[in-house]
Design a protein. Structure first.
Length: 167
């Protein structure tokens, strides 16, 4: 009888351990859990974005990062899209910059974006009018609640074209 009781106690303990470990969340913040520092709208699709090994299938409109970027005197307007650990900034510069994106301005923009989200490792900045217009249209569509499924393919292609050195 004592062996049977010990066996039952052992099985109950094993069952409890299995249940408790199966319910644990082992994901870290880099995988999108508890992102408390992002003021973003998440847009998901079942397709991979396919932008040169960045297989995150989510694009986030990062309003807080864009607000930080436009506080720079060199920047008139900006939108920021985050996918994985990468941020893509579509910026319109002030007239005093003659439309030229200098390394110094690019670094200032990157620093502002990274200050809003510690998970962002790489920031890619473009003042290309086509990129700026397409990102602005995407942000407008998201804000209006319109479907944006086709944007993932367009965005992926733009990233490959504008940032060919991105890994």
């Amino acid at each position: 009888m004592n062996k049977k009781r010990n066996l039952i106690q052992f099985l109950v303990i094993v069952f409890m351990v299995a249940v408790l470990t199966a319910c644990m969340n082992n994901r870290d913040n880099k995988q999108g859990m508890d992102n408390q520092n992002r003021n973003m709208r998440n847009i998901s699709t079942d397709e991979n974005i396919g932008d040169n090994n960045n297989q995150d299938n989510r694009l986030d409109v990062a309003d807080e990062a864009a607000d930080q970027v436009v506080q720079l005197p060199e920047v008139r307007r900006a939108n920021v899209i985050v996918t994985g650990n990468n941020a893509y900034v579509a910026a319109v510069l002030e007239d005093g910059a003659n439309g030229k994106l200098t390394k110094e301005t690019e670094k200032k923009i990157a620093d502002r974006v990274k200050s809003t989200d510690p998970d962002i490792k790489d920031v890619f900045v473009s003042t290309n009018p086509d990129f700026v217009d397409r990102v602005q249209k995407y942000v407008n569509d998201v804000q209006a609640g319109k479907p944006v499924k086709g944007f993932f393919e367009q965005f992926s292609e733009m990233v490959r074209r504008l940032f060919p050195t991105q890994r």
